[in-house]
Design a protein around this ligand. Structure first.
Ligand code: GFB
Length: 314
C-alpha cells in the first residue's frame, strides 16, 4: 500500500475546477499541506512536452487527475471533437508523464457516462464495454474509458498504485453556471433565480422531465477521493454515487423550492433528454467504508448559496 503522509507532494491537475478545488479543500482539511497546482495558462496539459517538463521539474509523489473539458448535455453533444481530443490528450499526457517521473500514486476521475446507454441498472463496474454509449456524450465517455484503462494497465502491468473513481452527476460549490453549457443543477439554479428576480411566470426545463439521474454533492466525492488515496491501490475503477435517483421533473421542483421560484415549470422537448436512467451501484466503495453525507436537499441549498455568492460576477 502506498502511504500518504502530511508532507507528501500532491499535484492536483484541475485545481480550479469544481472537483479539483473540492479535493484540494478536503486534502488541506485533513492535514496535507504540500499541494502543487498550475493554472491552464501556466501549464497546457494537452501539450506532451510541457507536461513531461513539469513532472521532471516538480517531481510530485501523488497525482489527482481532475482536469478535464466538461459540460452538460448540450456542450457535450455539440463539441464532440473537442471533448474527445482535449480529454484524451490531457489523460494520456498526465498519466504517462506521472509514470515516467516515478509518481507513487495516481487517482484518475471519470464519469458515470462511461456505461452503455441501455445497461442494466443500477450500473455495476463490470457493465463497462457491454454495449453502445449514449450518443450525446459518446466523445467524453470514450476519452474517460481510455483514461481509466490506461490507469488500470499501469496498475496491472507495472504494479503502480494508479486507480480510478467514476462519480455520478456532480454538483456543488465551484460549479459552472453558464446558461447553455452547464449541467442541469447549476443551469436550473440560475434560470429559476433569474425568473424569480424578473417575476417571470414560467421557467422552461430542457427535455421531457422523465430522465432519471443520480446526483452527488462534490464534497462527498472529495471525501471519497482522499479515502481512496489513503487506502486503495487495486487495479480497476470504483463507482462513487449517492445511490439516490430523481426524475428531472422532480429535481426541477426541488430547485424551484430551494430558490423560491413559485411560477410554472414547463418542458422544452426540442432539447435532448440524454440517457433515460443513470444510477450506479456503489456497493464496492461503500463496503470499503465510504458513504455520502450530504442529502440532495441540503446540497442544493449549499449550491444555491454558492451561486448567490457569485451571481454578481456571473
Ligand atoms: O446535467 P446534464 O446536462 O447531464 O442533463 P447528463 C441531465 C438532464 O437534465 C438531461 C435535463 O435530461 C437534460 O435534458 N435538463 C433540464 C437540463 N434542464 C436542463 C438545463 O437547463 N441544463 C442541462 N444541462 N440539462 C452529462 C454528460 O449528461 O452528464 C457529460 O453530457 C457528463 O458527459 C455529465 O458525464 C455528468 O447526465 O445528461
Amino acid at each position: 500500500m502506498e502511504k500518504l503522509n502530511p508532507r507528501s507532494k500532491i499535484y492536483i491537475a484541475g485545481h480550479r475546477g469544481m472537483v479539483g478545488s473540492a479535493v484540494a479543500r478536503e486534502l488541506k482539511a485533513r492535514g496535507y499541506q504540500n499541494l502543487v497546482s498550475r493554472t491552464s495558462q501556466e501549464l497546457d496539459l494537452t501539450r506532451q512536452e510541457s507536461v513531461q517538463e513539469f513532472f521532471a521539474n516538480e517531481k510530485p509523489q501523488i497525482v489527482v487527475l481532475a482536469a478535464a473539458k466538461v459540460g452538460g448535455i448540450l456542450a457535450n453533444s455539440q463539441n464532440l471533437t473537442e471533448f474527445l481530443y482535449q480529454n484524451l490528450m490531457i489523460e494520456m499526457n498526465v498519466i504517462r508523464a506521472a509514470a515516467e517521473a516515478g509518481v507513487k500514486k495516481l487517482l484518475f476521475l471519470g464519469s458515470s457516462c462511461i456505461y452503455p446507454k441501455l445497461a442494466p441498472q443500477p450500473l455495476k463496474e463490470e457493465y463497462l464495454l457491454t454495449g453502445a454509449l449514449e450518443p450525446t456524450n459518446e466523445a467524453y465517455a470514450i476519452a474517460k474509458i481510455a483514461g481509466l484503462k490506461l490507469t488500470e494497465y499501469y496498475n496491472r502491468e507495472q504494479g503502480r498504485a494508479f486507480i480510478s473513481a467514476m462519480p455520478s452527476n456532480l454538483y456543488g460549490p465551484g460549479d459552472n453556471y453558464h446558461p447553455d453549457h452547464s449541467h442541469v443543477i447549476p443551469g436550473l439554479i440560475r434560470r429559476f433565480h433569474e425568473a424569480k428576480l424578473g417575476d417571470l411566470p414560467e421557467v422552461k426545463v430542457w427535455g421531457s422531465g422523465t430522465p432519471l439521474r443520480e446526483f452527488l454533492y462534490v464534497d462527498d466525492l472529495a471525501r471519497a477521493c482522499v479515502f481512496l488515496l489513503e487506502s486503495y491501490d487495486e487495479p480497476g475503477f470504483l463507482n462513487v454515487g449517492s445511490g439516490g435517483e430523481i426524475t428531472i421533473r422532480d429535481l426541477a421542483s426541488l430547485i424551484a423550492k430551494t430558490v423560491g421560484f413559485t411560477g410554472q415549470i414547463t418542458f422544452d422537448s426540442t432539447k435532448p433528454d440524454g440517457t433515460p436512467r443513470k444510477v450506479m451501484d456503489s456497493s464496492k466503495i461503500r463496503a470499503l467504508g465510504w458513504k455520502p453525507q450530504v442529502s440532495l436537499e441540503a446540497g442544493l441549498s449549499l449550491a444555491y448559496q454558492d451561486f448567490l455568492g457569485k451571481s454578481a460576477s456571473i
